[in-house]
Design a protein around this ligand. Structure first.
Ligand code: OGA
Ligand code: NI
Length: 369
């Protein structure tokens, strides 16, 4: 079973190459079953409101510093509701410089526009996923998503390897480094807010993550133009396996959809906002007070889309389980302890599967949701 993880089950096709070949119909491999296909509302593109004006909550983090939460009570309450009701919110005035955000996104856009031979020299394998990739999961014959990506580690330092980061464009490694440093700090600040909002000491969630020994990685998603966007998805429905995700979306091209009451809400990002969402590990730690919510990405025929998903994760070899303060006789622990390494292996074998993975973790004795 383990050597299944050494190689992909079939030759890798770069979606960007397919897209650039100018085909008018997408190969069958990318055609989703009817029930998974998106409804693409063309008349809506260009207007700045979400579907029916609905959007994920927008939160101003002015006052949030590394040393103290410093946010007004109303802001804390809005974050609390967003974590419980949406699993998603977007933040502005988060302390990361807008020019760094733009540089990071545009540097990666340039990477994806380098000649294919250069990108291929970073081709990844399912063993670690680091490098240039075009699929998640190793099921032979699986229906694939309409995207390529690049995956790399910042933390722990033992996994950080500049040789696995692109050497070009020129400034790439420098920009990635600076971006990672800032996002680790932002992640730490948000973790404190979540802790306090759960009624815990501000360092409680971080300590449960292994203190300073956290994991941090980045996936850059590249969604090429697609001639038949109604038949496929850029990224299938999934919840994020890690702790928190901090997403830098493409400021010009919508695509991310969040599941809410059985509907798909298209996120409309505010200028220089990050989109924050709860991952499966925070759902587990919070004993399901906070939910990691399903999301997916739709593509379009007119414009490519680039997004940077930064994953703020627990130390990978310590058991993650509901924190004791949130467990009681009325609210028993919903999940058995599991390390993030074990959890991630499960996901890497199975590919994106909605929320089935965190749900399947639930302790058998518990029937509540
Ligand atoms: C992800 C993800 C959303 C996007 O990378 O996990 O959900 O907008 N990305 O690219
Ligand atoms: Ni995601």
């Amino acid at each position: 079973m383990m050597n299944n993880l050494q190689e992909w089950p079939e030759p890798i096709i770069r979606v960007q190459s397919l897209s650039e070949s100018g085909l008018s119909m997408i190969p069958d491999r990318y055609v989703k079953p009817l029930s998974d296909r998106p409804i693409i509302n063309r008349s809506e593109s260009g207007n700045n409101e979400g579907d029916d004006g609905v959007n994920i909550p927008l939160i101003d983090l002015t006052g949030l510093t590394d040393d103290e939460t410093g946010l007004p009570p109303t802001t804390m309450d809005r974050i609390s509701s967003a974590c419980r009701e949406w699993g998603f919110f977007q933040v502005v005035n988060h302390g990361v410089s807008p020019s760094l955000m733009d540089r990071a996104r545009e540097t990666w856009r340039s990477f994806f526009h380098l000649p294919m031979e250069i990108k291929q020299s970073y081709a990844n394998s399912p063993k670690t996923y680091e490098g240039y990739g075009s699929r998640l999961g190793i099921e032979k014959g699986a229906i694939l998503d309409w995207s390529d990506y690049y995956f790399l580690h910042y933390l722990p330092l033992s996994l950080k390897d500049y040789n696995k980061w692109p050497a070009s464009p020129d400034s790439c490694r420098e920009v990635i480094d600076e971006y990672g440093k800032e996002l680790v700090k932002l992640g730490g600040r948000i973790m404190k807010v979540l802790s306090v909002n759960l009624g815990l000491k501000e360092d409680r969630l971080q300590n449960a993550f292994g203190g300073d020994n956290l994991g941090a990685c980045l996936r850059i998603n590249f969604y090429p133009k697609c001639p038949q966007p109604d038949l496929t998805l850029g990224l299938s429905s999934h919840s994020d396996p890690g702790g928190l995700t901090i997403l830098l979306p493409d400021h010009q091209v919508p695509g991310l959809q969040v599941r809410r009451d059985g509907r798909w809400i298209t996120v409309k990002p505010a200028p220089h906002a990050f989109i924050v969402n709860i991952g499966d590990q925070v759902q587990v730690l919070s004993n399901a007070n906070y939910k990691s919510v399903e999301h997916r990405v739709i593509v379009n025929s007119g414009m490519e889309r680039v997004s940077l998903a930064f994953f703020y994760n627990p130390k990978s070899d310590i058991p993650i389980k509901p924190v004791e303060e949130l467990v009681s006789e009325e609210k028993p622990a919903l999940y058995p302890p599991m390390t993030f390494d074990e959890y991630r292996l499960f996901i890497r074998l199975n590919g994106p599967k909605g929320k089935s993975q965190v749900e399947s973790l639930k302790s058998p004795r518990c029937t509540c949701d």
